[in-house]
Structure formats: C-alpha cells, structure tokens
Write a protein that binds this ligand. Sequence first.
Ligand code: NAD
Length: 545
Amino acid sequence: MNGSTSTPTPTPTVVEVTVCDNYINGEYIPSSTNEYLDVLNPTNSKIIGKVAISNSKDVNHAVQIAKNAFHDESSSGNNGWSKKYTIKQRAACMMKLHSLIEKNALKLAQLIVLENGKNITEALADVAKGNETIEWACSLPSLACGNNLKVSSQVSCEDRRDPLGVVVSIVPFNFPFMVPMWTVPIALVMGNTVILKPSEKVPLTMNYTCQLMKEAGVPPGVFNVIHGTKECVECLIDHPDTKAITFVGSSPVAKIVSYRCRSLELQPPKRCTALGGAKNHLIALGDCDFDTASSDITVSFAGCAGQRCMAASVLLLVDDDDDDNNDNNNIDTSRLQVLVNQIVDKSSKIEAGNQPGQMGPVIDEVSYRKIISYIEHSEQNCDATILLDGRSWSNKSHGKEDGGGGNLWIGPTIILHSNKDDKTMSEEVFGPVLSIFSVPTWEDAIEIENKNPFGNAASIYTSVGGNAEWFTSRFRSSMLGINIGIPVPREPFSFGGLYGTRSKYGDMDITGDGAMEFFSNRVKVTSKWPIVRNGKRGPSSSSRK
Ligand code: NAD
C-alpha cells in the first residue's frame, strides 16, 4: 500500500498498518533500500506503520526531481515553480492548502494522536498552529516585495528576493504537523522547491499531507518527502544541489547538522539554521496571581506530556517581600507555598489518555527511560523531594486493554530541589517533569536562567509591570513571556531561541521575516538608463533639469 491509510479516519485504537514511502515527483515510491522501520503507536506500542529508509540513491533522485521542478533548464528558461509560477500563484496554492487543512483538520489530528500520543485537543492545536504559518506564507507577495530607491540623480537601486533552489527541512517527532509547516509553506511561496525529511517516529501525518499538497495544486516535484534517518540526512546536507538546510530537533543533532553544513569539505558551505533543545525557566514572584499562574504552569510543563520545546522545565520562586522567606528550599513559610500547592493539586488531577484534558504517553522507550533516570537521579543523588511522582503511572493499564504494551506512561512529576547543581535542573528532560527551586533574590533567579546552556524561552509571573520589565530586560533566552507559560510568538513574529546557545545553531529564526530572508537571495540591481531620442543619446532618464 503506497501513501494511503487503509482506513479514512483512523483513531488511536485502529491497528491497520500504513506504509510510508517516499513522495517524489507527486508519487509515492518505495525507497531503493526496500527497508522499513516500524512505526509504533506510543499509546499501546502496537505497530501502526512502516516507514521507508532512504539512502544516497533515493536522495540523488529526490534532489534531481526537485531541481528540475525548480527551474527546468532544458526549456525556454521560463519554466518551473520559480519562474512559470508568480509569487501570487504560489501563494494561491498555499491558500488552497490552507482550506484543505481546515477541512481535514480532524483527520490530521487523529493521525497525530495515533503516532505521537498527544490528546486530541493538543493534536488539533498542532494542526491549527501549522495552518497559521501557511496563512502567513500567503501574505508573502506583499511582504517579500523588494525596495527601490533613486540613489543619485541618474542612478536607481532596486533589490528583490530570488529563491535559492532546492531546500531541505529536517524535523522532529514532537509536532508532526506544525514544525514541518514552519518552513515548507514559506520556502515554497518564496519560489524554492522542498525536500522534507519527517521524523521516522511520526511519518504518517506528513505522508497524508502529501495528498493535500497535490490537491492544492502544488505541481509534481515541488514538494517532496523523503524518509530515513542519519544516513539520509547526511546525504541531503552533502548533496551539491541542496542549497539550504533547516533543522529542528535535539541539541546534539542540531550541532552536528549545523557543523556539517559549514564544514570545510562542503564547498561552498551551506546555508543552515538549526534549532535545538531547551530548558525553559519560569520565575514566580510573590505578587503574582496564583490561580492563573498555577493553571498556566501546569499546562506548560505537563501539556503534550512535556514534549514541547517551549514547555516549562524549571520554576524559580522568589518572594523577597516575605520576612520569613528562606533560601533552603523548604518554601513552607513563603506565600509561594500556596502557588506550589495549587500546581501540585492541579497536576495530580490530570488523567492518562488521549481525550481532551488528559495526558498522553511519551514517544518511546528511550525517552521513557531517560525521563525516569532524571527523576531517580534527583531523588537518590541530590536530596530532592518528589512532590508529585508520575512514576506511579507505570502501574496503570492504559493502552493495555486491547493487548498493547502501553508502557510509556509517566504522570506529571514535580521535583522540589535543594541543590541547584542537580543536572535535572540544567539538562533537557523532555518529559512531564517540573523542577522547583527557591531563591532569595531576583538577581539569583536571573543568574540561574542566564547560566543555563540553552536560550530558548523564559517567563516571569508578577502583577507589577515594572517587575516584569526588570526580568524581561535581563533574561538571556530570546522568546520571553509575562504571565504566560508558553510564550510562543505568533505570526508574524518569528520563532527561534538565542544563537550561540544549545537552542540555536544558525543565525536565523525559523519562521516569520527570518524565514523569508533565509529562503531567498537578495539580488540588487543598480540602473542608469540614458534617453535616446531622435537618434540622439541624452542624459539619464532619472536626471531632471
Ligand atoms: P532528534 O534530534 O532525535 O531528531 C530530529 C531529526 O533529526 C529527525 O528527523 C531524525 O531522523 C534526525 N536525526 C536523528 N539523529 C540524527 C543524526 N545523528 N544525524 C542526522 N539526523 C538525525 O529530535 P527528536 O527527538 O525527534 O525531537 C525532540 C527534540 O527536538 C527535543 O530536544 C526538542 O527540544 C527539540 N525541538 C526543538 C524545537 C525548537 O524550536 N527549538 C522545536 C521542536 C522540538
């Protein structure tokens, strides 16, 4: 079975197996290796799909097709996606895609639940957020028009944005729809052709999206999907005809990808932006609204089972108005104890499952073991107190009813730390775990946030505007929030952490005007036109007497 699910609206309990072959030149085709990896439903560990493993032969084929589709050199020179289609026509395809996504949002969301394990509300949000970037890409004909300036009496300068050619997008498992759509629609409207490499853990959503691209009128070869792992990614980077690479995923791989794109062996070096992991800090002052903050923080750390690069990881409590406040993390005497109690209470009410308000499993066994090991480390080696222990969920029967494995469930976990050097406080856990630590002063809180090796997001909870401003002007991260747990900048603002930290290896943001810049070459035309009248050459048309 190529490229289609055997059931039109699969739900998390459906066990039909979808074969995800590459999508090249508008067709689903098996990889040349004929090898597949199993795709598992994390809810019950049952096999729901097979995903192709591609090698250099497949990559060469995909790149050649995408290159032809970009600009068919053999024809009049006015052919292909970058020339035959105007930017308005390319945007019109994305408008059609936008309405097809709206129409099929439930089906896409059900695929996300099936392969990623999110609850259905979170999955629908994944789709809606991705569609917001498509919507923004539709406005590029206005936003991407260049500048024109008469720079002297005879000379004019104009700049315009030309597409790059074949561009590559490599994406992670945690947002099967939204993250691919951060780059694909913008790259396409700017006139590039695209090869997308989905996460091998969640290939079904993009496998289906290919059909919607086709229905939206995206011509064959303009949008391609190639499946695989490390080898496939390396071939995509190394191929001389791929012009730019975007990557979103873990920090170690982001670093590898970014260095490979700039390696001396690769001539010329490749344009690359690579977003990595995160360790987001929230700071709560004693004057914040506890009801709102506790709900917000709970959703931030436990939503999507904590598998969001914008999830809250560390909550720093600072109540310097409280005479009894102490810095040894007993927090009992602080007003903020009420906030902590509320977070524990709200988190303890979250149930396991894929329905609205429930929390799904984590993605796989490797993730599960890693998360558990951080909790154990804090408890056994760093004298931490586990205020809420999600490990108890391992006894639950979720996913096991119909004979599945169902061993990937970890409930919301809240750790009260007494040692700020505990690695759980500084490394990315990527699960539903909140670290809480009390500090005596604002400066101490800022120091912890500033020193963490990531630079993705940070938030301050306070009722006082001036206090909020004090923190937002000192945070090191580059996506900041005030009284909001997940400070995702919405379009048209661009998304991306701080360059030079483990959150970003590459100098552009991945959406918004950063992406418009990333996916285009600025061409500058300087012109001086003489007037030729009655056979006589006169002054430049720009000069006026
Ligand atoms: P990952 O790094 O394991 O995989 C990401 C992609 O890289 C996948 O397509 C995978 O096939 C490929 N890949 C894996 N190992 C590779 C290697 N050695 N060489 C080349 N390619 C390789 O990430 P993941 O586990 O899928 O996603 C979770 C991570 O992504 C978390 O760290 C999370 O913080 C991060 N993330 C960051 C952002 C952001 O905006 N900064 C957004 C979403 C997710």
